[in-house]
Design a protein around this ligand. Sequence first.
Ligand code: PRX
Length: 648
Amino acid sequence: MDTNIESHLKETRVFQPSPAFAKKARIGSLTKYRRLYRESIAHPEKFWAREAKELTWQKPWNKVLEWKAPFAKWFVGGRLNVAENCLDRHLHGSRRNKAAIIWEGEPGEKRVLTYQQLHRDVCRFANVLKRNKIGKGDRVIIYLPTIPEAAIAMLACARIGAVHSVVFGGFSADSIRDRIADCGATAAITADGSYRRGAIVPLKHNVDEALKGKTSIKRVIVFRRAGNDIHIEEGRDVWWHRELEYVDANCPAVALDSEHPLYILYTSGSTGKPKGILHTTGGYLVGTHTTYKYVFDLRDEDIYWCTADVGWVTGHSYVVYGPLAAGATTFMYEGAPNWPEPDRFWRIIEEYAVSILYTAPTAIRTFIRWGDEWVKKHDLSSLRLLGSVGEPINPEAWMWYHKVIGGGRCPIVDTWWQTETGAIMITPLPGATPTKPGSATLPFFGIDAAVVDEKGREVGPNVGGKLIVRRPWPSMLRSIYGDRSRYKKQYWSEFKGSYFTSDGARRDKDGYFWIVGRIDDVLNVAGHRLGTSEIESALVSHPKVAEAAAVGRPDEIKGQGVVVFVTLKSGVTPTPNLKNELRSHVGTQIGAIAKPDEVRFAEALPKTRSGKIMRRLLKEIASGQTVTGDTTTLEDFNVLAKLGSAEE
Ligand code: PRX
């Protein structure tokens, strides 16, 4: 049997970079991209070394790469400090007084921190860490909302060589406890509470719960954010603002080995216990800095807003480290997009004249559902570039983003990458790459990505297969914390010498990558292997559909039958007729083979906290089972309860 994934979706629209954008861009044509890409693949070490030289090294490296597969060391022997590169490096010229972070709290407070101010705050807080006996190599849990203090805490750790592990503020006490236990953290940094849709999330209380019983945590530093009542455990807990009274702002950046751990970030994957993805210092910084500069084609006057929470890798690489290393102004917003009204994002863009917006398909589909009138109330003419990350973006969602948010004038960079890759891997460059809605387009410099069959052979145009990366890159994960054999097995055992992404993809005749979904989610219908994203995109292209998730359920004849869960746009009534209409729509868009056996309407789909649809849970529901898998990353349990009785 043919085990390749079939691909049926035919998207023919192409958008050329505008000449005006291309003229100013670092990479202003496809020819230039192709030439540089070829060079970067022929001599990757030369390419990365050239980029690394733009950063400040306290001691130069002796060797760019040491590769003992699957373990890589980048910039071997070099010493540097990430906080120094994100802060001190910008203090000498005109950037000193440039806004580094502009922040808005959910209730509406506004703060601006210049590079000079942020540097001072980070130095002082790093001294607070030292005062509390936190030092090089110690693991520190950060459980904070998206407030400037989250960046300050991360950078302060980096400054002294402590290893941070940020836990998303929406996770529960149990998740915090598991992560502390896994990495043996000795300190935690949190806040009394944070704001979400007008309510207060009791962060400190969750930490207290997580620390009950045996724990390695000796110190908890608490930032006062929401003013809610909290318990202070004498001898263990201290207030952030009180500690600042004891320190000065003199804190030299420690010269750290290029391979010194920078952070551990837990990612759940589809099953099993969360993996602590380990990123180190030099390679990670070179990767995030280089991609940030080229992909967002940063101008000094940009106001850049990545809407990710600091608890995700996108928050690490493209809210904090990439932008600050590049001397950008990074905007942070603490709260929900529909507080107090569904136009909060557009209000922010208008007020701060945001020029680059980087968000996720799940958010875009939600905005479509809420209706264009919320967007139309605001002047979004400051935008010049849009980005997407986290899931395949359905072509119709791409078109909406392009037209309604971008006013038809902004390039869209659909960036494919993972917590494990640390930085963007497949992406358009906005002045160079013609874009096709739904495709992440071409690999970034130095990234040798390929689509292969079961035997690891590269497949031809438009044949689906597994997405792999055939050589190491600087920002790659170095291991799963404390489990080198799981690292080897999970990522490097399927195809010898190559990194397996767990994603399915195809390349079209122009070499463009189309991600068709996670391999675990691929459907097998009558011997045809279908990626989930194409069926979902076909449904989303129907004018009444807001979101869709496709899953398989056992079928005696076909092996698997296709069940789709669909949420409709506001105001649309679910009817049996509409179900038939949607089945035929998929049939015309893709072909009879992909026609859903069953269409189920749902008020909402189960998603992870970072907005990814949890198909694994839907699969269980579709086959009539009770949900047994891990649900700790589920965003809203009510959604699941409602789906159990999904039929209207
Ligand atoms: O399946 C791919 C999808 O998200 C996965 C990585 O998730 P995570 O580690 O949480 O990191 C998210 C932020 C980088 C990938 O394996 N994914 C991410 N970006 C895209 C994508 N799928 C298609 N297109 C993208 N642009």
